[in-house]
Design a protein around this ligand. Structure first.
Ligand SMILES: NC(=O)c1ccc[n+]([C@@H]2O[C@H](COP(=O)([O-])OP(=O)(O)OC[C@H]3O[C@@H](n4cnc5c(N)ncnc54)[C@H](O)[C@@H]3O)[C@@H](O)[C@H]2O)c1
Length: 271
């Protein structure tokens, strides 16, 4: 059964909206009445357009606006949000979700430039978008809600993913700190931590990359790696993007009005 919240009159900014989880959340929010502002890299315009089309398919009257920015540039985020027409925004809901998995290599071999990129996108980028969102919201004194996408890797670590695990642990810390700072302004801030979610680009990539990377934890052929990953999940299957979207929608909804500073694991029981 799909539980639908009422997001009528709300405006939701979704980053990573051309990606698998961002798309599922955007469609869920648009279907439940929200105006959605879809954000991703300019190079992902086609994928964002696909998300926009699916939002309109879900609810013909859905209002959809698209913006392009790289989350690592605070000025680009600010400029793009300033361009959101006043009859659309500013957003009062944020799914702060853009992310980069990085390379799959053991900690001793991890390239510093890629580690810097992972931290720039997943930590500084999440902070940049949160700050721009808060600035535009506080201007008119409305409350709001934020969900940051962390990861099980940030809770329990993950082999061959030292930079990614560090970045997602940082997202959880940022979530708790921001929840404290923004509570007086009526803004709730929570995180979700998915583990193995598929099908999708990130699932395919992590299976292939873990098979290619040296480790005692995974075999070197993708089909076996897939089974090894699923074997770690008490529910014995990968999660769907819709199952992540359901938790995100709940956290953004009035049903979660007394929940802030939490990190909800969406892992099928891992952790
Ligand atoms: N899929 C999983 O198994 C899984 C598990 C745990 C956490 N996550 C997290 O969920 C989030 C969404 O992942 P997904 O599975 O949809 O992956 P995805 O690769 O399909 O989507 C990620 C999106 O982020 C965008 N992005 C990357 N760098 C950006 C930048 N610098 N500026 C703006 N946008 C940028 C990409 O263009 C892409 O559209 C990520 O934060 C990811 O780390 C995913």
């Amino acid at each position: 059964m799909t539980v639908s919240h009422d997001f009528g009159g709300r405006v939701a900014l979704v980053t990573g909206a051309g990606g698998d989880i961002g798309r599922a959340v955007a469609v869920r929010l648009a279907g439940a009445g929200a105006t959605v502002v879809l954000a991703d890299l300019a190079s992902r315009a086609d994928a964002v357009e696909d998300t926009a089309r699916r939002c309109r398919d879900e609810r013909t009257s859905a209002r959809v606006h698209t913006v392009a920015f790289d989350v690592t540039s605070a000025s680009a985020v600010d400029a793009a949000l300033a361009e959101v027409p006043t009859d659309v925004g500013p957003p009062d809901l944020l799914f702060n979700n853009a992310g980069y998995q990085g390379r799959f290599l053991p900690v001793g071999e991890y390239p510093p430039d890629d580690a810097a990129r992972v931290l720039a996108v997943n930590v500084v980028g999440v902070l940049n978008v949160l700050q721009a969102f808060v600035r535009s919201l506080r201007a008119d004194g409305r409350g709001g809600a934020v969900v940051n996408t962390a990861s099980m890797a940030g809770v329990g670590g993950a082999a061959n993913m030292p930079a990614y695990a560090a970045s997602k642990a940082a997202v959880i810390g940022l979530t708790r700190a921001a929840a404290l700072d923004l509570a007086p302004h009526g803004i709730r801030v929570n995180a979700v931590s998915p583990a193995f979610i598929g099908p999708g680009e990130m699932w395919d990539r992590q299976v292939a990359e873990q098979a290619a990377a040296p480790s005692q934890y995974y075999a070197d052929d993708p089909a076996t790696v897939e089974q090894q990953m699923i074997g770690q999940v008490p529910l014995r299957r990968v999660g769907s993007v819709e199952e992540v979207a359901g938790v995100v929608a709940w956290l953004l909804s009035a049903d979660a009005s007394y929940v802030t500073g939490e990190n909800i694991l969406v892992t099928g029981g891992i952790g």
